[in-house]
Design a protein around this ligand. Structure first.
Ligand code: MLT
Length: 315
């Protein structure tokens, strides 16, 4: 029997697929603490996680029989992939499965910030009817800069173009032909792109290369009053420098779904609260019924194959 432990909430559909298999035994512990996991991990052949569970070298060291780490989602920055490979443990994820959820949340933040939607909503809840206060700008005719033209970045580009935006992208790993097909101008130098954009949106993974890719130096290059949307990973933007950019008016608004520490310390939220145009959500890019079903079903199918030694794509 293969023992599988699910350490984060995933859709029932995926759990059912695993439970149907005669050679797989599933324990669903979506609220398990890291300390508890350290105690029990030695009993499992596979753990299935989302971003809540840190899969550290310390954990892997105790995982005597672990063969597979399944990430129900895209980002593997919570997993020590290097250490897992060193120990011969496969790390598999579900690229593409939650693309639309993340894409649509990005557009939601973008629209919220440019139309002041969240503030207008809150003022209505306070009993006000303040039409003059909530002037906004349009996406139409504005320039969007996308960092990372992978699955999510490409879908954001398609929708931004439907809004009549001019779309630029910086992604050293994407061929120009792909950008051409999307009607996006691929820019080789990030600095050049930053100078031109009205809105910057990030869709890159968090790696050694992208950590603190956006700091005060990069904000300084941007137009005054630009907007930043980050639904990718918090560590890509340096927190103190983001606050600096809002304080100086370099950024007129920010939409964030991700934070360098999750949940973010309340002091950081208090700093953000001072600024009038900040739209925040608690890492819910992939939280749609459709995306959650997709990631759970795909990771379940992949895990079954991986445990049986069949071919799977791995990170
Ligand atoms: C992902 O990397 O797939 C998303 O950020 C969603 C998640 O962490 O579950």
């Amino acid at each position: 029997m293969f023992k599988v432990l699910i350490t984060d909430p995933i859709s029932e559909k995926g759990i059912e697929i695993l439970k149907r298999e005669p050679d797989i035994e599933v324990d669903n512990e979506p609220d398990i603490s890291y300390e508890e996991l350290l105690e029990v991990v030695k009993d499992y052949d596979c753990i299935i996680t989302r971003s809540r569970t840190p899969v550290t070298a310390e954990l892997l060291e105790r995982a005597e029989r672990l063969k597979v780490v399944g990430r129900a989602g895209v980002g593997v920055d919570n997993i020590d992939v290097e250490e897992a490979s060193r120990r011969g443990i496969l790390v598999i994820n579900t690229p593409g499965a939650n693309t639309i959820g993340a894409t649509e949340l990005t557009l939601a933040h973008m629209l919220c910030v440019v139309r002041n939607f969240h503030n207008a909503h809150n003022s209505m809840l306070e009993g006000k009817w303040d039409r003059k206060k909530f002037m906004g700008t349009e996406l139409y005719g504005k320039t969007l800069g996308i960092i990372g033209l992978g699955n999510i970045g490409s879908q954001v580009a398609i929708r931004a173009k439907a809004f009549g935006m001019k779309v630029l992208a910086y992604d050293p790993y994407i061929p120009k032909e792909k950008a051409d097909r999307l009607g996006v101008k691929l820019v080789e130098d990030l600095k050049e792109m930053l100078k031109q954009v009205d809105i910057l949106t990030i869709h890159a993974p968090l790696t050694h290369e992208t950590r603190h890719m956006i700091t005060r130096k990069e904000f300084e290059l941007m137009k005054d009053g630009a907007v930043l949307i980050n639904c990718a990973r918090g560590g890509i933007v340096k927190d103190e420098d983001l606050i600096w950019a809002l304080e100086t008016g370099k950024l007129s608004g920010v939409g964030l779904d991700v934070y360098s520490v999750e949940p973010p310390p309340y002091e950081f939220i208090e700093k953000l609260k001072k600024f009038p145009n900040v739209s925040l959500s608690p890492h819910i890019g992939a939280n749609t019924y459709e995306s959650q079903e997709n990631v759970a079903v795909i990771i379940a199918q992949q895990v079954i194959k991986a445990l049986r030694g069949q071919t799977v794509e791995y990170v």
